[in-house]
Write a protein of this length. Structure first.
Length: 169
């Protein structure tokens, strides 16, 4: 939010922070986790964690990056739990998406979804933040952890693995 001088100000409450960033966090988590139900659960968990620790957030902190970091860690935890349960992105979920109408297009979307889901969690998070949310590497580093160089390497490695898994396309 902007104050009277045109400068961005820190949120004054966890409710204000949630109101400002919840929609973009949901979009990020849907892309990261692969379905809206898991994303909603992870978002609620992340926002609860943020609410509990909001008082410790320094006034000059990057609240958006802090919130993304909590959301990323929550998504990684959720992905690990899902892997332990052996739940996978199903063909029915891809078929239910709006967009691809031909069987070939749906098969391509399924292949991409499986390849993205197979990425290590930090690489998947960095890729989603860069390619879908348009974040700079420094922002990704703040959200996922590490340095801007690590974020760049994670995106690079993710793209390399996707190309290999998808036959170079």
């Amino acid at each position: 939010m902007l104050d009277g001088s045109g400068m961005t100000r820190s949120p004054t409450s966890s409710a204000e922070l949630v109101e400002r960033h919840r929609p973009e966090l949901m979009r990020y988590l849907v892309r990261l986790l692969g379905n809206a139900d898991d994303a909603e659960d992870a978002c609620q968990d992340a926002l609860l964690r943020a609410h509990r620790t909001f008082a410790r957030l320094a006034p000059d902190s990057n609240a958006r990056a802090w919130l993304y970091r909590i959301a990323t860690n929550t998504a990684i935890d959720a992905a690990r739990a899902r892997t332990r349960r052996r739940a996978r992105f199903t063909d029915a979920e891809v078929d239910g998406l709006a967009g691809p109408s031909s069987a070939v297009a749906r098969a391509e979307v399924r292949a991409i979804a499986r390849a993205v889901e197979a990425l290590p969690p930090r690489q998947r998070a960095a890729l989603v933040l860069r390619r879908f949310d348009g974040m700079e590497y420094a922002e990704i580093a703040a959200a996922v952890g590490g340095t801007a160089e690590t974020a760049r390497a994670n995106v690079y490695q993710a793209m390399r693995k996707l190309r290999a898994a998808l036959g170079g396309t």
